[in-house]
Design a binder for this molecule. Structure first.
Ligand code: ZN
Ligand code: ZN
Length: 281
């Protein structure tokens, strides 16, 4: 599988490929707009041409876009709910122009709506994102650490979301899943020993289906199993440890699933990438 990292797009998205090359990425992840908010920088024909020529120059042919963090399909505030739907749709359209494989979205929280209505609003919101969409970039739903009222903190809930989205045939296989190892571990699924990883993948397979897993965010965890806290740590330095990552990265069923690090941005960032590449063999 391809191994890469989340990279900076400071100064313009056309700077991302060079940042990825510097780190030794085989694939990369980037924000196409500020993750905290504000209007998206325009993708003019000059920007698109510059981005594509940079991709060619650095010989990286695959990348993904992480959507902003403030997305909440379940919000009872129309501005937030409809804003989320239109921003994710816009990200998919932007991704299609740029040539991204995936847009990854967080799922938000049912804090204002309550669990039942919030869950319904979430899958209906995702259907609305897809209505009339004909682009090439696919949408991935990211599993959560299961803090508070977050949507997507269990494999069962992710499976149920896909099932509800696909209750109308036109949405079949339009949406898939991204798992973050730190979130999975924080949500209570063990990844420390080889046997833990195999058991966790089995649970995911039963609840969602392994073939729906299209991307892994490879992050170790500062906090413990089932702590529901999302703090990324360098690979091998956290509570998950090296054995878990070595097992995941060599798993035959994950051969085509890219791994992307989002570990703390410091002097060890590149080492994390190199370590995963070494563990892959
Ligand atoms: Zn994420
Ligand atoms: Zn996280």
């Amino acid at each position: 599988m391809k191994i890469g990292a989340h990279v900076s797009a400071a100064g313009g998205i056309f700077n991302a490929p060079a940042n990825a090359e510097k780190l030794g990425c085989e694939i990369f992840q980037v924000f196409s707009r500020s993750p905290q908010g504000g209007p998206a920088p325009k993708l003019t024909s000059e920007v698109l041409a510059q981005f594509k020529s940079e991709m060619k120059r650095v010989k990286i042919d695959d990348f993904v876009i992480h959507a902003p963090y403030y997305i909440n399909y379940a919000s009872t505030t129309p501005r937030i709910r409809y804003g989320s739907i239109s921003i994710i749709r816009d990200e998919l359209e932007r991704g299609s122009l740029l040539g991204a494989s995936y847009v990854i979205t967080h799922l938000g929280s049912t804090k204002d709506a309550g669990q039942k209505l919030g869950f319904h609003k979430t899958w209906r919101g995702i259907q609305r994102v897809l209505d009339g969409y004909t682009g090439t970039t696919q949408l991935l739903l990211e599993g959560a650490a299961g803090a508070g009222d977050q949507v997507g903190g269990t494999f069962e809930e992710l499976g149920a979301l896909l099932k509800n989205i696909e209750s109308a045939p036109k949405y079949k296989n339009k949406v898939n899943i991204c798992l973050d190892t730190c979130h999975v571990f924080a949500a209570g699924y063990d990844l420390r020993k080889k046997s833990d990883v195999l058991a966790t993948l089995k649970k995911f397979d039963a609840a969602v289906g392994l073939k729906r897993l299209k991307l892994i965010h490879a992050n170790d965890s500062k906090f413990g199993l089932n702590d529901h806290r999302d703090r990324h740590e360098h690979i091998g330095d956290g509570e998950i440890g090296r054995e878990g990552f070595a097992t995941l990265i060599k798993h035959p069923k994950l051969k085509t699933v890219p791994f992307i690090i989002e570990t703390p941005w410091d002097t060890k960032y590149q080492q994390d990438l190199k370590l995963l590449q070494k563990l892959r063999g």
